[in-house]
Design a protein around this ligand. Sequence first.
Ligand SMILES: [Ca+2]
Ligand SMILES: [Ca+2]
Length: 223
Amino acid sequence: MNRKIVRSLLASSAILLFSVANALADHIPPPPAPRIQFAPVGAQLDGDAIDDILVTPGQTIQFRVSIDTLNLANFGSVSYVLDWDVAELALQFPTGIGPANPFPTHGQTNLGIGSMNFTHINTRDQSGVPIPSIAGGGFVYTLDVFNFTVLTNLDNNGLSDVAVSQGSVNTAIGFFEINADQRVEVQPVPEPAVGMLSLVGLWFLIAASRRRRLLKNSFRWLG
Ligand SMILES: [Ca+2]
Ligand SMILES: [Ca+2]
């Protein structure tokens, strides 16, 4: 085997190994970790990257933000940022505290238009509140309940309308960041397509014409 063939074989093997490693990396699930999350999560309804929720102007839509305490030590406080599009949604005040939120003190800071920081603190004991554990996972506390009024400027623009980010907790061993990276878009219920309207119109025309013909035939038979 000459050197050229050996070099070529080595290069092919390296490319194959790289591809296999990449494929494996794509399929390795991320390690379980505590995170801030919200519901409803929405669903993919169109061609852009963000998940969607269909809404109607004037309605109230509720989002519940929670912390999944998976693999987390007891914590003395939790904090995150909520961002929303003020052109499409108006946050109703006062905001609500989750029914099982274990923290005695709650804070919120305005960070700018459509951006607020929410903090829940156990001021009596910064080393943490006890976290109940459940088999196979963390314990989920609902931290906040947000009601938004849907505005008339709804836009299906593929941009985030509600998002959480910058999650952090304080435990006995100090502050650290936790995963908080979720967003969703709200968009108007689509109008029926013009083609569909035309089909419905056509069906009515055919039905009316058939009825007229039947009536005409009945009169002819009677006469
Ligand atoms: Ca979408
Ligand atoms: Ca939107």
